[in-house]
Design a protein around this ligand. Structure first.
Ligand SMILES: [Zn+2]
Length: 718
């Protein structure tokens, strides 16, 4: 059994205990040692007879059992009756017996338990006005783990539609209080990472509160609350990483993006010198004496035997309530972090960088602050919405499982990015900047407005990539001429997106996600690069003005809420109807064809002698068999007898959503039967003096002339 006697106070968060064994098992355990105890006693006192030694040991064991029984009954009475023992009695008992009886552990703690989209959708309809408050007590060592008092407040409706549960993959829960009533834990089911709340304790159609004490362990795979001790100097760094479904591995919560809640956080650190950073906005996060702990939380810690064990060096950090956040974007980092503050005068938002001491010298603080300041201004203009939080913190984390994570106002980055300055080159610096731009863009696309479920992951990742790319190309590179140009940035996107899309593992940009296990695998080149390239196409197709208006409308309409593809298309359509009413385009059909089906289309071009251009769509292996309506510039390259190359651009050719589209290049008709808004006017470009520069007639002439001159087969490129 993992259960054992504890002869002294548990102190600061101890390694989690299993539930107390039945009393029968207790006596079994005790029966193993009397013989050894008798032997030891007689060894110490040789004059003692065997019978006296047995009597002595039996008496001692009996009194222990009696004490244990008394404690057990008192605790049971206490929990069932909902009354508290007077501190003196409880304290003496706990000190003499040590073990509490009322806690629950999850037998499936170590399993990988999934959450399904239907369950999440149902729970989202039941809950509203959700708020969390939490007091965390951090242990100093990895094996100490941490514990905390957690309180959720929520309005509950349709309680009968589905049983309500709180997600939690933790070591232990205790002191569950629902709507002010202490629950008998024997009636509570804590299984498969879920704390099932008994319906009889909940109030349908009213505000409810759930309060509990929990213990948990630090992780070392950055899926939850990660603990790291720097081997270079022994300093400790703790940080959370919660996307997509790790928040409940940190603390109890409704772990799904469609339930947003503000979090009021207090953290007790074991050491005065630790710094703590979280989502809480404002500059008022301050260190206070332990007396500022809420009396309810203090009582909980006392009952759990934690309060008395707090070290003299403990410090309390208090944070203002965070903005309403989805569970995956909370953040809490604590430890011996070094802080670099932004001193730039042009910054509109206070910015800080947190980094471990051994990597402090590698931080390109100037570059990061400059990039972030530029980006905030760029995005505020792009989305017509001010930066919504009152600070922006960057935390470089050791052993971070991904590149970076856009937690609200406290973005975490892997500190693998930080290298000695003489090892850095422009490519690395630009990539570093790009990640910062990407994470900042999430402030509007991801944090302020959040997808309802992981099937719309692209709504934040594709947009963050797209916004970061245009910010990089249209703003940041102006100050950094040595960075890669706009074309290089987009070609890289196209290359990565396309190669992901041609593989057997490809999927639609908007991918069906049954459960949280699927969500993990959706973070790939399709959701990021292909999605961003598609938005770039949209930028070209409907024009920047309409796109920007659609983006801004979406942010304004769904601020602090959740939304889906349909909501986004609605905003885009609204913007298009207002700004470009003449545009003949069915945005819904068009977006569906690109977002809900995988794979690109291949297009082959043939030119006949009458000037007809035939474009034939097909699909590569593994791709969904779908023809799409798309507008492309066609570049025709001809090789002449004299080994000269003539190139002609046929601009804005619109392909119908069918296999074959024929465009008549003859002068009598338009070469570009296409939409009127956005993009460039009809133009022709030539690699030789024989091809002329602009109107349709001359375009036709140049194509005919080139066709007649062709000796080998025409080469067609796009
Ligand atoms: Zn992202």
């Amino acid at each position: 059994s993992s259960w054992r006697w504890r002869w002294k106070e548990p102190g600061l968060p101890a390694v989690a205990a299993a539930p107390p064994p039945p009393l029968g098992r207790l006596s079994l355990q005790m029966s193993r040692w009397p013989k050894a105890a008798c032997g030891a006693l007689r060894g110490a006192l040789p004059s003692l007879s065997q019978s006296k030694a047995v009597l002595f040991v039996a008496g001692f064991a009996a009194s222990l059992c009696a004490l244990r029984l008394a404690s057990y009954s008192l605790e049971l009475l206490q929990w069932r009756g909902g009354w508290r023992l007077k501190e003196s009695v409880g304290g003496v008992l706990r000190r003499s017996i040590g073990e509490k009886v009322a806690c629950l552990t999850d037998a499936h703690f170590a399993d990988n338990v999934l959450s399904y989209s239907e369950e999440a959708a149902k729970r989202a309809t039941q809950l509203s006005s959700v708020r969390y408050s939490m007091l965390l007590v951090l242990g100093k060592e990895l094996e100490d783990g941490f514990c905390g008092c957690f309180r959720a407040e929520f309005f509950l409706q349709n309680a009968k539609a589905a049983p309500l549960y709180i997600d939690f993959q933790g070591r232990e829960i205790a002191q569950l209080i629902i709507n002010g009533k202490l629950c008998d834990l024997r009636a509570i089911k804590f299984d498969r990472h879920r704390i099932h709340l008994p319906p009889k304790h909940l109030q349908d159609g009213r505000l409810n509160s759930v309060c509990l004490f929990f213990r948990n362990t630090y992780v070392t795979n950055s899926a939850g609350l990660h603990y790291y001790r720097d081997p270079q100097d022994g300093r400790v760094y703790i940080f959370s990483h919660l996307e997509p479904f790790f928040c409940h591995r940190f603390f109890p919560c409704f772990d799904q993006p469609s339930i947003k809640a503000s979090l009021t956080l207090q953290v007790i650190t074991p050491v005065q010198s630790w710094k703590v950073v979280s989502n809480g906005n404002g500059q008022k996060n301050r260190r206070e004496g332990l007396h500022a702990v809420h009396p309810d939380y203090r009582r909980m810690l006392e009952r759990a035997g934690v309060w008395d064990g707090l070290p003299a060096s403990a410090a309390l950090w208090a944070f203002l309530p965070s903005p309403p956040c989805s569970s995956y974007i909370y953040a809490m980092c604590a430890g011996d972090y070094e802080v670099i503050k932004n001193q730039r005068s042009d910054a509109t938002v206070p910015m800080r960088i947190f980094v471990r001491r051994s990597k402090k010298d590698f931080v390109e603080a100037d570059l990061i602050f400059r990039c972030c300041t530029q980006a905030i201004r760029f995005y505020e203009n792009l989305f017509s919405c001010e930066y919504p939080y009152s600070k922006y913190d960057v935390i470089y984390c050791p052993e971070f499982r991904i590149g970076a994570m856009e937690n609200v106002a406290a973005t975490t980055f892997t500190d693998r990015m930080l290298r000695p300055k003489d090892e850095m080159n422009d490519v690395m610096l630009q990539r570093h900047c790009f990640v910062h731009l990407h994470e900042l863009a999430h402030t509007w696309y991801g944090n302020l407005t959040t997808m309802t479920w992981w099937n719309d992951l692209w709504l934040k990742e594709s947009f963050a990539d797209f916004c970061a790319a245009i910010c990089m190309c249209e703003c940041v590179v102006k100050e950094h001429p040595s960075f890669a140009s706009s074309q290089q940035v987009w070609l890289q996107f196209l290359d990565q997106g396309l190669s992901g899309d041609l593989q057997a593992s490809t999927h639609p940009i908007r991918v069906p996600i049954k459960h949280t296990g699927d969500a993990v695998s959706a973070f790939d080149a399709i959701s990021y690069r292909k999605g961003a390239s598609w938005i770039k196409t949209m930028d070209y197709f409907i024009g920047r003005e309409v796109l920007q208006a659609g983006l801004a409308l979406y942010v304004a309409k769904y601020r602090d809420q959740n939304a889906s593809l349909e909501d986004f298309v609605m905003c885009l359509t609204e913007a298009q109807k207002t700004l470009a009413p003449a545009m003949q385009v069915d945005l819904r059909r068009w977006t569906d064809s690109w977002l809900k089906y995988s794979g690109p289309n291949q297009v082959a071009v043939e030119i006949d002698s009458q000037g007809g251009m035939h474009l034939r769509q097909s699909f590569p292996d593994y791709a969904d068999m779908v023809y799409r309506s798309q507008t492309v510039d066609v570049l025709l390259v001809f090789q002449t007898k004299a080994d000269r190359f003539i190139s002609v651009v046929v601009p804005r050719v619109t392909l119908a959503a069918q296999e074959l589209t024929t465009v008549d290049l003859a002068p009598s008709s338009s070469a570009s039967p296409t939409t009127s808004a956005g993009g460039s006017p009809i133009r022709a470009r030539s690699g030789s003096p024989r091809a002329s520069s602009s109107p349709t007639t001359r375009l036709f002439d140049s194509v005919v002339a080139a066709t007649q001159d062709v000796t080998t087969k025409g080469l067609h490129h796009f």
